[in-house]
Design a protein around this ligand. Sequence first.
Ligand SMILES: Nc1nc2c(ncn2[C@@H]2O[C@H](COP(=O)(O)OP(=O)(O)OP(=O)(O)O)[C@@H](O)[C@H]2O)c(=O)[nH]1
Ligand SMILES: [Zn+2]
Length: 348
Amino acid sequence: MSWLPPDDDEDEPYGAYDESAVRSRPNPKANRPRSKQRPAHDDAVVGRIVTVDRGRYLALIDEGEPTERAVICTRARELRKTAIVTGDRVDVVGDVSGEEGALGRIVSVHERRTLLRRSADDTDAVERIVVANADQLMIVVAAANPEPRPRLVDRYLVAAFDAGISPLLVVTKTDLADPTAFLAHFAGLDVRVITSSAEHPPLDALHALLRDRTTVAVGHSGVGKSTLVNALVPTAHRAIGRVNSVTGRGRHTSSSTVSLRLPDGGWIIDTPGVRSFGLGHVNPDSILIAFEDLAEVARSCPRGCTHLTDAPDCELVEAAARGELGDLGPQRLDSLQRLLTTLTRSAY
Ligand SMILES: Nc1nc2c(ncn2[C@@H]2O[C@H](COP(=O)(O)OP(=O)(O)OP(=O)(O)O)[C@@H](O)[C@H]2O)c(=O)[nH]1
Ligand SMILES: [Zn+2]
């Protein structure tokens, strides 16, 4: 069952639009007091977007309060070119009662702390926002069946670093294979790794890492992501107001993301509809920033330096050769270079 009229803006293009034009519209009658411009928005309430489906947005209002409710919303006309995505904080007016048939109207989108983006493919510079305001990217990969692919994980890592959110690598199915050789690829990175097996799902460790944070879960089909998410979010905690009844539990919706509330606080955002992570929009500098120690050294690099092994006068390459980057330095530089080449390599 779909609760929505069709539209096409789930997982929206972002880069082409100028959001500042919406946030601070010039006052056409500058001599008027600003308050007269916005009387309709004075009664706006703040909501968290928990899912987006074909032009309708489900906003959770008064989160954690006895008055908490989920309100189906449209967006104001002036926001028609603004991406509104799962995780966004928005101002809502209209009928915010959450009653059957109530329809709120989103009149503004708050500034985002983080922005997880992707492009359709690596040659496409148009970015689409997957999730706003996430703290953590939980990358789920299997030790075997399907075989783990380091390059795929590299791509997720790049997306996380680009978004400014911390990656967390969860290796499932360690009962089927030893992940040591696979994990050696990531030794030079600041990535926390958790292993999981059918017998010993690391639920305590994960609950501790996920508590009070907003975590986006990504992973290829068959790696055991659903098994893990289901274990972390027991059915009893899934209900978000009337979300389930209106969205048909996510299964029948066209939404690419589903927000699930963790029992101890925090959210896990599943991405069953996100099938690829094009990196066409990523600026290499955003990856270097994630390697703080190396970024410091790279300040002495020539302008436009690629920091790859063949880059002329690259301070990173030279400092590593002189043994000045410390014990882990060469390994970290290697990881950085691998992620940077991820951007220039065509999609796997
Ligand atoms: N041996 C073993 N099997 C597991 C483990 N975790 C999950 N599985 C199995 O792997 C299969 C895939 O698990 P799912 O949770 O459906 O995988 P998914 O990543 O959600 O895949 P999609 O539903 O296709 O997106 C299922 O048969 C699970 O029972 C594990 O730790 N060890
Ligand atoms: Zn360099």
